[in-house]
Design a protein around this ligand. Structure first.
Ligand code: SAH
Ligand code: DHB
Ligand code: MG
Length: 219
């Protein structure tokens, strides 16, 4: 078994995931604008969409927009009066995402530009939330800060998903000096002692290689 098999299997199941034109457009436009191709895979985006639907999410928060690919999946899970807020450091990424929302005729997704730590602090101060679903997928060293901010703007039942927590298994290397690995390990230690959430981890393979997701619910 190898990476080719993983992505061939993603190809095989693609017909049931059924990524549509606007989603394909979002990835293509991100590529054309020179953004890194690190958006969630279609099957992962659809999982986010399905979880958001399952909890009837009306307010969704995303940390890490890129070109808006995962945001599109999430926005589509919302009812007409729902709202997605997605946070992005880089103005050029935000601009690509806004255009992709427009192409997809999504009008209830808002990109806020700036370091997410600062945007989240402002949101907390403004008593925004509670959010029903939070997707954390930005710079990995800040994972725990983002998770705590998400908790502060949550309610019982809120689902929090964190991307990229396995990193080809590098996460188990206690002596790693990779800041991304350290960020995930810090989150893992905190979650093991966090009484406010129930959490699990799924390892994944496919188009995005070998990685994984934390899925947590707030009680
Ligand atoms: N969720 C997206 C992928 C996000 S990639 C998708 O699946 O479609 C990670 C994004 O986080 C990048 O666009 C990067 O610019 C952004 N980012 C990095 N550091 C950040 C920070 N401090 N605050 C906000 N966004 C940040
Ligand atoms: C990277 C970031 C991601 O969010 C991801 O899903 C894959 C890779 C990265 O920074 O390399
Ligand atoms: Mg990611």
């Amino acid at each position: 078994m190898n990476e080719k098999t993983w992505s061939d299997v993603d190809d095989y199941f693609a017909p049931l995931v059924a990524e549509d034109d606007a989603l394909r457009h979002a990835s293509a436009a991100s590529d054309e604008a020179g953004l890194p191709a690190i958006q969630v895979a279609p099957n992962q985006g659809k999982l986010l969409y399905m979880i958001a639907k399952l909890v009837s999410a009306k307010k969704i928060l995303e940390v890490g927009t890129l070109g808006g690919y995962s945001a599109l999946w999430l926005a589509r899970a919302l009812p007409p009066d729902g709202k997605l807020v997605t946070l992005e450091l880089r103005p050029n990424h935000a601009e690509v995402a806004r255009k992709n929302f427009e192409y997809a005729k999504i009008s209830n997704a808002e990109v806020r530009v700036g370091p997410a730590i600062e945007t989240l602090a402002k949101m907390k101060a403004a008593k925004e939330g509670p959010f029903d679903f939070v997707f954390i997928d930005a710079d990995k060293p800040s994972n725990l800060d983002y998770f705590q901010a998400a908790l502060d703007m949550s309610r019982p039942g809120t689902v929090i998903v964190v991307d990229n927590v396995v990193r080809e298994g590098r996460v188990i290397d206690a002596s790693s000096d990779d800041a991304n690995v350290k960020g995930v390990r810090k989150l893992r230690d905190a979650l093991a002692n966090e009484k406010r959430v129930t959490a699990t981890v799924l390892q994944t393979v496919g188009y995005k290689g070998y990685d994984g997701l934390v899925v947590a619910t707030v009680h």
